[in-house]
Write a protein that binds this ligand. Structure first.
Ligand SMILES: [Zn+2]
Length: 580
């Protein structure tokens, strides 16, 4: 496996790869640009050609070429390897990833594809299903474009079909398309119009099903359960078809239902997508953001639609997305509106989109003060200060509330939140001070390769507080053990290959622009060890004091005095020694 990865690394330079997607400018040793993973106005995304890594100091994503492609194209590691291999012109037929997972995934993709063909074939032969589509005003071409299908009202016709195609029962189980209960197995979707759900690469990964016969107690819509290849919270319906239009138009139009998406497309509004059955999720917004940072919320004109819109505004603010709301007339959704009034009327209606502030003030009824408070709450969620500023100004103007009062209120809200955080878990500041020395040691090990061994030999990895930092130290030890014959120091490239995404983010953040003075590295290392030893002593002194163990207390205090008085680097004969 490593040789394929190494071959690819040798042929693809991270600077060339990222420059295809991000406008990069030189900044000292590194290059800087606007981060492709979060929205920002000043660049905090850095690429290091010498280390072949990237890191964003805004959203804290980092890694090598594989991590970049995994994040940017939403691929698994194996998929990223094949993607880059193809780019580099390397044949990786012999490449074996985690074959068990890979096998399961491939099996599931194949099952969903087979089910899709099966349902589409049923659809062609079902009068009821095509009559329904016609009755809803949808053209055949649109039904075909969305690969609409039909699941017959039969106990196990899909199961039998999949088995006849040679799929193992275990895989059929994992696909979620068949339920296995006490009374045997039965198809999950029965007598339903089938809406396949595609991932961004256009592969069917799941289905939504709408009941066809009206006189049943069954829910109107059901969706496939999550699986290895499908996470409901991360995909939007129709995004595989809409993504280019979203980029082109500069925004995505979020509608409520599958039929809304189809109808919008039929009338030429190609940037429509829908959440999957449930409410909109942060994961779905993050994916949409990759194509545009702007969304237009176009939910139904009923009470449920209004509250869904309110919830969605909140999520959009939390993702720093620019959001507008298109209120639909009561009783209408985009589907019915388009069928009643047609394309031109809908286009004119788009011009009536309002800002969230307008929408919230208008829908809050008589209680204006509550609405203002609600909006203030939303603003406090927003991580982007520029966006915050803009919304406050708008709110002040439209609600006729003094801007300074609003700003003061926002400050108070921030302070309250901060205090609330103090009670339970540690705040960020506390957490970082607890692991400050360990972080600095890690930084030295990462940025001065030949000092790595004195750091990892001197540190007691078991005692490292931060679990992620601890994991990285453990992997550094492994990476150095498995390094070539004589110890040439630590290779970040090799290290990244065995680290998790979270660990990679920390490693690249600490090493891309370390600003460490190599000349004084030994003193820094010794200083860190001394500080760690002191912290440890203080902990033990506290315990001894609390338990009244006077004898231990005395010797511990003596030890502490020794360390604090000794300011010389803790080096003996070139070898580092921990003072305790
Ligand atoms: Zn970023």
């Amino acid at each position: 496996m490593n040789s394929a990865v190494d071959d690819i690394k040798a042929r693809i330079d991270i600077l060339d790869l990222i420059a295809e997607h991000v406008d990069l400018k030189r900044a000292g040793q590194n290059y800087k640009g606007l981060c492709p993973f979060h929205s920002e106005k000043t660049p905090s995304f850095m690429v290091s050609p010498s280390k072949q890594i990237f890191h964003c100091f805004g959203c804290n994503k980092g890694g090598d070429i594989f991590a970049f492609v995994m994040n940017y194209e939403n691929l698994t590691f194996q998929e990223a390897v094949s993607y880059l291999a193809q780019k580099a012109g390397i044949n990786i037929d012999g490449f074996k990833g985690d074959s068990k997972i890979k096998g399961l995934k491939e099996g599931l993709f194949a099952i969903q594809r087979e089910a899709l063909l099966f349902f589409c074939n049923n659809f062609k032969n079902s009068k009821n299903a095509s009559a329904y589509i016609k009755e809803r005003g949808l053209k055949n071409e649109i039904a075909e474009e969305f690969s609409i299908g039909y699941a017959k009202n039969e106990k196990d016709s899909l199961f039998n079909h999949l088995k006849a195609q040679g799929f193992p029962v275990e895989q059929i189980k994992a696909s979620g398309l068949v339920n296995f209960g006490e009374n045997g197995n039965y198809d999950f979707f029965r007598d339903r119009l089938m809406f396949p759900i595609f991932d961004l690469q256009g592969r069917a990964v799941a289905f939504g099903g709408r009941i066809l016969s009206a006189a049943k107690n069954a829910p109107k819509y059901i969706n496939s359960p999550d699986s290895v290849i499908f996470r409901k919270g991360e995909l939007s319906y129709g995004l595989n078809l809409a993504k280019n239009a979203v980029t082109r138009k500069g925004y995505s139009m979020i509608v409520e239902g599958y039929l809304d998406v189809m109808m919008c497309r039929q009338y030429g509004f190609m940037n429509a997508v829908a959440p999957l059955g449930t409410a909109l999720t942060p994961g779905q917004l993050k994916k949409l953001k990759r194509f545009s940072n702007k969304v237009l919320l176009t939910f139904d004109g009923d009470a449920a639609g209004v509250s869904a819109t309110k919830r969605s505004i909140e999520l959009c603010y939390a993702e720093s997305m620019i959001v507008k709301v298109l209120p639909m007339p009561a009783g209408d959704d985009p589907d019915t509106f388009l069928r009643k009034h047609g394309e031109d009327h809908f286009k004119r209606h788009l011009g009536r989109a309002v800002t969230p502030v307008d929408f919230l003030l208008k829908t809050s009824g008589k209680n204006r003060l509550d609405a203002v408070r609600h909006i203030m709450n939303l603003i406090s969620l927003c991580p982007d200060p520029l966006q915050k500023d803009e919304v406050i100004r708008e709110l002040s103007e439209k609600s006729k509330t003094n801007e300074l009062t609003l700003r003061e209120e926002l400050k108070n809200m921030g302070a309250k939140k901060h205090r609330a955080g103090d009670g339970g878990h540690r705040t960020d500041a506390q957490a970082s001070s607890a692991g400050r020395e360990e972080r600095l040691l890690l930084k030295i090990a990462l940025s001065i390769p030949h000092k790595a061994s004195s750091v990892v030999n001197g540190i007691d990895v078991g005692e490292v507080e931060d679990p992620v930092i601890k994991g990285i130290f453990e992997k550094i030890k492994t990476a150095m053990k498995n390094g070539s014959g004589h110890d040439k120091g630590l290779s970040i490239e090799r290290l990244l290959q065995i680290c998790s995404g979270e660990e990679q983010n920390i490693i690249t953040g600490l090493s891309i622009d370390p600003g460490i003075d190599e000349e004084h590295a030994d003193e820094s290392i010794a200083g860190c060890f001394r500080a760690i030893a002191l912290k440890d002593l203080e902990r033990r002194i506290k315990t001894a004091g609390e338990s009244g163990d006077v004898k231990s207390l005395h010797s511990l205090l003596f030890e502490k005095k020794k360390i604090t008085q000794d300011s010389r680097p803790l080096l003996k004969g070139g070898k580092l020694e921990r003072p305790v």
